[in-house]
Structures are given as C-alpha cells and as structure tokens.
Design a binder for this molecule. Structure first.
Ligand code: FS2
Ligand code: SF4
Length: 525
C-alpha cells in the first residue's frame, strides 16, 4: 500500500506495509486506490461522452468521500461502490455510443515525478475533502452543477499527462469551487436548522440512557433527535457535532443535553467504559477496541467490519436499533461531571457568521477605538501527534486585547479555557465545524469591507492545524482568496514536494508553526 494523505502518515513520509497509522489495512488501501482509479475511468467516460448523469455525480461524491481518512475501513463496502461506479460507466458509455474509458492505475500516480505527484495529490485530496461537504449538502436536498461538474473534470484530468504549470491553477480551482461548495452547505444548514446563536454547552452527562452522536452530518443528528423525542433517551454530541447545539431547530429538542468527550483521537479512551451507544455519521472513526465495539454504530459512508451499520435513505433512516441499545445499556445512574482538557466544565459554540455579523458594528468600533487590536483564526483539525499543544499554548498566550476565532475539532485543545472578554465580546468565539470556515471567511470579508481594505491588510492572522483532506480543500480555498502568511502545523503535508512548497512560500508566505512565543511575536509585529 501507499498512502500519504493525512498528517499522521508514517514517519511524515507515507504509510506502506501492512496497515496505515490510522489502522487502515493494506487491502482496504488498495481497494480505495482501485475505487479512485474507477472514478477517474467514469469521469473520462463522461468527458468523451460530453455528458454526465445524476448517478455518476452521486457515485463520484460517495466514492471520493469513502476514501477520506477515518471513514471506511470495510473492503466489502469499498468494493461495492467500485462495482457501481464501473456499472454506471458502462451504462453511460453504451447509452452514448462511446467506448468506456479504462480505470486509472493509481500506482502510476504514486510513482510519478515528485512535483506532478505532489500537485495531483493536492487536487485529489482536496476534492476528497470537498466531496464530504457536497455529501452533507446533498442529504439536505442541495446540489450544485458547478461543484459536480468540477469533480468530474478534476478526476478526468488526474488521468492526463499534465505539467506543473498546468496543475497549479487546477489546485487553486479546487479552492475556488470548494468555497462555493461550503457556501452551499452553509445555506443548507442554516435554512434547514436556523442561524446558529452563541450557546453554552455542558460537558457533564446526566443520569439515564443516552446516545452519543459523532461526525459532521446534521441530518443524522436531526433524525436521531426526532426519533428520541419523548423516549427518555438523551442525546450528546461528540467531536465535530458540537456546533449542532447552536442551531435553533436542533436545540429545540430538550433531550439534546450536552457534549461528550473531546476530539476524535481520544475516542479509544473516552468510549472505553461508556454505558451508551455511539453513532459515527462521518469521520473520524478509529478502529474500536473490543471493550466497546458492540456499542458503536456507523451510518452513511462510514463503515468498519463487524460494526452495525444503519442503512437507508438519508431522510428516512430508522435509528431504532441505536435507541434500543441505549435503553439496554441504561446510561449512568448518577450525574457524571466531565471536563475539557484544561479542566473546564462547559464550552461555548455558535459564533456563526450570522451571529458575529449581527454585532459587526461593535467589532468594527472595537478595532477602530484600539480596544481590539488583533484577531487570530486558530482553526483546523486535532490529531494524535505530539506538538499539538502548541495550539493550546498559542491561544493561552494571545494578548488580552485580541480575540480568537476557532472552528473544527482542533478547538478541543483550548475551547474550555475562559479567556474573558474584549470590548464586550467574548475573546474566544467558536464559529463551528470545519466547513464553517465558510463563515469565518464571510466574517473576514465583511471586516475588510468595513475598513475598505483587503483581508491581508486586516489585523487578522491565520494559524491552522491540519489532519485530513477537508483541511486540504479549506487551505486551497484560502490560497484561492489570496490569503497570505498562514501558519500551518503541526507538520507540513508529506505530499507537498520541496518545489511545490517553495511556490507556496514564495507566493503565499505559508510557514510552518514554530513556537507559540515566536509566532505570536511575529504576527503581532
Ligand atoms: Fe476533525 Fe476529523 Fe472536521 Fe476533520 S473530527 S479531523 O474529520 O473534518 O475536523
Ligand atoms: Fe496513513 Fe493517513 Fe493514509 Fe491512514 S489515511 S493510511 S494514516 S496516510
């Protein structure tokens, strides 16, 4: 196997051998390569035929999302999608009277010239991340012709012989289209569930049966809430589901009680003795320990051999097996006090662009009067690699006349800290999930407009942590917008070759994180 798509890749180079660091076995890695090669074959067939189909678009999104880190560890599930992709390719080719294109052999890509491999990887991993967002939007009834057409175009191009100057703009185009895709998901989430408002979320677990819901899919949480109404079963969010508490139509369910645990990489400890079922709606699933695997359910594209999968149409899924399991397990007999990693007992979320821009005047006045001197966006993924406490220390050391916007699961390093207020605003504001980077961008653009300057001229710095492929597409979006001087950690992507890195440094001033002290001094200078 060869896989180097995520931050924890072996030796900061690549996972090879029998299994990846994430626990993905070599045969699943090979099956995911085969699936990706088949998606390229389908896209090339669409290109020759001059058309796509709804089934091809759906399978493309499903297939790309399946290959995101910590989503699918089940070879049968992966192979089943590959077969459907090939069948749709053949059907479409027959319908259009063209020859079906052959699958791409991914080994050729992994052993290509290192700059070509680097840029094609940026494109492929970026569209894998974007596919997750397109998927969440689709279950809420949203699709975008531009987004779907781009998936097909980019996949077909991955099979072509392209040069570095041809591939660079394609990578930036991933960022451009991802902005549209995140915007589509933002519109889907807010029009379905309302505009998030700042909400304090307890970390304690109340007595009685409960379900923990992890991942990013709000529709799954919505269904679970509807199906637990009046049953006496409580619901807790986990990981990236935390921002759900801020959506009016989700928090209207009184059984949505709080947030369980911290970021994804702590699940094998935090779920060990839990008297409740856990549902994974998306990444980040880790191979479960035997001590709790009988309590873990997967749904949508998430799959793991031996775990129970809740299947069915995204809008009519039946979570009864999960609810029954919650009742059997019974939950805790007494209230469990639980804490964030810095000892806090609550966290606050819901500083969406809608909420922050409703007090935009206050923010602008605070900057103009000098009360608010700097805004840091400290966002991205959490992960297991040592060195990620950089982000805790960075946030802890930000000056009192600054504010910190955050998003995605990296915030669990510091979201239970009490940073107080600045100019009447909380100093720490959680914008939401990783896809809510869209919201953070809207906030930055609105501030730039208010000050009649560019985003790079604002007293605003981006300090990002990455782990999987959604971080890749978000980074490409920021580059597409021309954002300069991003600090990126805890390590740089293994798939970025020295020459590609040089372009990123020369044109965008991207730099690896160093120490909180040095980075803060530089960003505030
Ligand atoms: Fe965190 Fe994992 Fe959100 Fe990533 S829970 S690293 O999938 O997309 O962020
Ligand atoms: Fe390795 Fe990451 Fe690939 Fe898993 S997803 S095999 S950890 S590079």
């Amino acid at each position: 196997m060869f896989c180097f798509q995520c931050e924890q890749t072996a030796g900061c180079k690549a996972c090879t051998g029998n299994a990846g660091v994430c626990g993905k076995p070599f045969d699943v890695a090979l099956a995911q390569d085969e699936l990706t090669g088949a998606l390229v074959g389908l896209a090339r067939t669409c290109r020759v035929a001059g058309t796509r189909s709804e089934a091809a678009d759906e399978l493309t999104v499903d297939g790309l999302f399946t290959c995101v880190t910590n989503v699918d560890f089940d070879i049968e599930a992966v192979n089943a999608i590959t077969e459907r992709v090939r069948a749709e390719r053949d059907r479409l080719a027959a319908e259009r009277g063209v020859r079906p294109a052959v699958d791409l052999q991914m080994g050729g890509l992994w052993s290509a010239d290192e700059d070509v491999r680097s840029l094609k990887s940026l494109v492929l991993f970026g569209i894998r991340g974007m596919a997750a967002y397109a998927y969440h939007a689709r279950v809420l009834g949203r699709r975008s012709e531009r987004v779907d057409a781009f998936f097909s175009k980019a996949l077909a191009l991955l099979g072509d012989e392209l040069t570095v100057p041809e591939l660079l703009p394609l990578a930036l185009e991933v960022g451009e289209v991802n902005l549209e895709c995140m915007g589509m998901l933002d519109e889907a989430n807010t029009s379905t569930y309302g505009t998030p408002t700042p909400t304090e979320v307890p970390l304690a677990v109340e007595p009685g049966p409960f379900i923990v819901v992890s991942g990013h899919d709000l529709r799954d949480l919505d269904l679970i809430l509807q199906q637990t109404d009046g049953t006496g079963v409580s619901v807790y969010t986990h990981g990236e589901m935390l921002p759900a508490h801020a959506y009016p139509r989700l928090k209207a369910h009184p059984q949505l009680k709080g947030n369980f645990g911290t970021a994804w990489q702590n699940q094998r400890t935090e779920f060990d003795a839990i008297p409740a079922p856990v549902v994974f709606t998306t990444n980040c699933l880790m191979p479960p320990k035997a001590s709790y695997s009988d309590r873990v359910f997967t749904t949508e594209m998430v799959a793991y051999p031996g775990l129970r999968h809740i299947d069915g149409d995204a809008n009519e899924k039946d979570f009864t097996p999960v609810i029954e399991r919650a009742k059997e397990l019974g939950g805790y007999a007494t209230r469990q006090e639980r804490h964030g990693i810095n000892g806090g007992t609550t966290v606050t979320t819901g500083f969406s662009h809608g909420a922050v821009l409703s007090v935009a005047d206050k923010v602008v006045d605070a900057v103009k009067s000098g009360q608010l001197n700097h805004i840091f966006l400290v966002g991205g993924c959490d992960g297991a690699r040592p060195g990620r406490n950089y982000y805790t220390e960075f946030v802890r050391q930000t000056p009192k006349d600054s504010a910190v916007l955050t998003l995605a699961c990296g915030k669990y390093r510091f979201n239970d800290l009490d940073l107080g207020t600045v100019a009447g605003l909380p100093r720490l504001m959680d914008v939401g999930q990783c896809n809510d980077a869209y919201g953070a961008i809207q906030i930055a653009v609105a501030l730039a407009k208010a000050f009649d300057c560019g985003v790079n001229d604002l007293p605003l710095s981006f300090v990002l942590s990455w782990y999987e492929q959604k971080a890749v597409c978000i980074l490409l979006t920021l580059l597409h917008l021309g954002i300069k001087g991003i600090k990126l950690g805890p390590t740089l992507p293994a798939f970025v070759s020295p020459n590609v890195l040089k372009v990123l440094v020369d044109q965008y001033g991207i730099a690896p994180t160093t120490t909180p002290e040095a980075d803060l001094a530089e960003l505030l200078a």
